[in-house]
Design a protein around this ligand. Structure first.
Ligand code: ADP
Length: 394
């Protein structure tokens, strides 16, 4: 494997890793440590020959998990480590080298993303302890959206909240939107055009990209704004918070849990946050599952239509993420609700674009195109890391 970059995506209870070689299509060594801190903590993944690996890591914390990941690398030496960092605020518009001063700046920024950044930084600290001489790079979920104009990133709130507390829209899933928009620019005959991207995984967001730059996106100050997600509500009336507090005496923390963990597909269906499970249940006439799918698809179409205002011209829509790459029926439902854009799917191409297949799924003609492009956030993070390390630093 030539000049690999180790990509780390560290959450509070899991660490995803991938050793990404410089040749884009070459096989990767990759895996996941789950249930950090629990007795049944476990590492699962594939080795460089593509064989499955599964190891119990009883009670492992971040440091022990990183040490286990290091053992999995089979002696392959990465040229650098790229870390996914959720929030880079306004300060970080591109990948940045991680040193002590940078760690302090990121710690200070954690209040913007208390649910994500502290866990990301714990992964960085553990990796720096284990690889003290290896360059480490922060790649931010927010960086791709730093091209948003003020009309897209400002909330209609008093200026002081923006100036003093950084309250504005930032957007997330930047590595995915950046990767997919570059890829569609390469694959389509409408290169450098106007694209709407729907990243639909457990978290979901849409993004309007013009000539490779993000002009608007559905997530905001936090990854809660916008679409219906697995367990997140997406947009609700901001008056809901005061209402729940008055009627039920709920604290901000209780409302946070409601909106982040108990809502979305799970809350609507009363059954599951998993789209596969919901599609099955809806086929068996489960009313909650059917409603969850209907609301999810309608809100997706509505978000795409809204974001189209950001673009001078609409060249097409791209679906990605676990749902976007596999759920042909959800894609069809959303596109069917956008007939005024002249969008029409090819039923056959749509049905075949599953299980990691990349391709165009519209019925042809001169209107906007529709594509399915499997995302590869690791490739983007590795690419940004490589780019930063290869540029000579003053
Ligand atoms: P994450 O955001 O955690 O990376 P993924 O991108 O893997 O998540 O997306 C997970 C979602 O994709 C789940 O709702 C899952 O049910 C859905 N999904 C995966 N495969 C399919 C499929 N074949 N049909 C419908 N939904 C699917």
């Amino acid at each position: 494997m030539q000049d690999p970059v180790l990509v780390i995506n560290c959450g509070s209870s899991s660490i995803k890793y991938a050793l990404v070689p410089s040749v884009p299509q070459a096989p990767r060594l990759a895996g996941l440590v789950e249930r950090l801190g629990a007795v049944d903590a476990r590492l699962t993944g594939t080795d460089r020959r593509g064989q499955r690996v599964s190891r119990a890591l009883h009670g492992a914390g971040h440091h022990e998990a990183m040490a286990a990941i290091l053992e999995q690398l089979e002696g392959l030496a990465p040229i650098g480590v790229g870390h996914r960092i959720v929030h880079g605020g306004e300060r970080f518009t591109a990948a940045t080298l991680l040193n002590d001063a940078m760690m302090r700046r990121l710690e200070a920024m954690s209040e913007l993303a208390p649910l994500h950044n502290p866990a990301n930084l714990e992964g960085v600290a553990a990796t720096r302890r284990l690889f003290p001489t290896l360059p480490q790079v922060a790649v931010f979920d927010t960086a791709f959206h730093q091209s948003l104009p003020p009309r897209a990133y400002r909330y209609a709130l008093p200026e002081a909240l923006y100036r003093n507390l950084g309250i504005r829209r930032y957007g997330f899933h930047g590595s995915s939107h950046a990767y997919v928009s570059r890829r569609v620019d390469r694959l389509s005959d409408r290169a450098q055009g106007g694209w709407l991207i729907a990243h639909l995984g457990n978290g979901c967001s849409t993004c309007a990209v013009w000539q490779g730059r993000s002009l608007d996106t559905s997530m905001g100050l936090t990854p809660l704004e916008g679409l219906v997600m697995g367990t997140r509500s997406g947009d609700v009336d901001p008056g809901l918070h005061a209402h729940l507090s008055r009627r039920l005496g709920w604290s901000p923390a209780r409302i946070d849990t409601l909106l982040n963990k108990e809502s979305g597909l799970l809350g609507l269906s009363g059954l599951s946050n998993d789209m596969r499970r919901l599609e099955q249940a809806a086929a068996e006439h489960h009313a909650g599952a059917a409603l969850a799918i209907e609301v999810f698809s309608y809100r997706l179409a509505k978000s795409l239509a809204g974001l189209s205002c950001a673009l001078p011209r609409l060249d097409g829509i791209v679906f990605t993420g676990g749902i976007g790459e596999n759920a042909a029926a959800i894609r069809a439902r959303a596109i069917d609700q956008l007939p005024h854009f002249g969008l029409r799917l090819s039923a056959t191409a749509n049905a075949h674009a599953v299980d990691g297949q990349e391709g165009r799924i519209d019925a042809g003609g001169g209107g906007p195109q529709v594509w399915v492009i499997p995302t590869d956030e690791e490739a983007h993070i590795a690419g940004e890391t490589r780019r930063l390390l290869e540029i000579p630093r003053p």
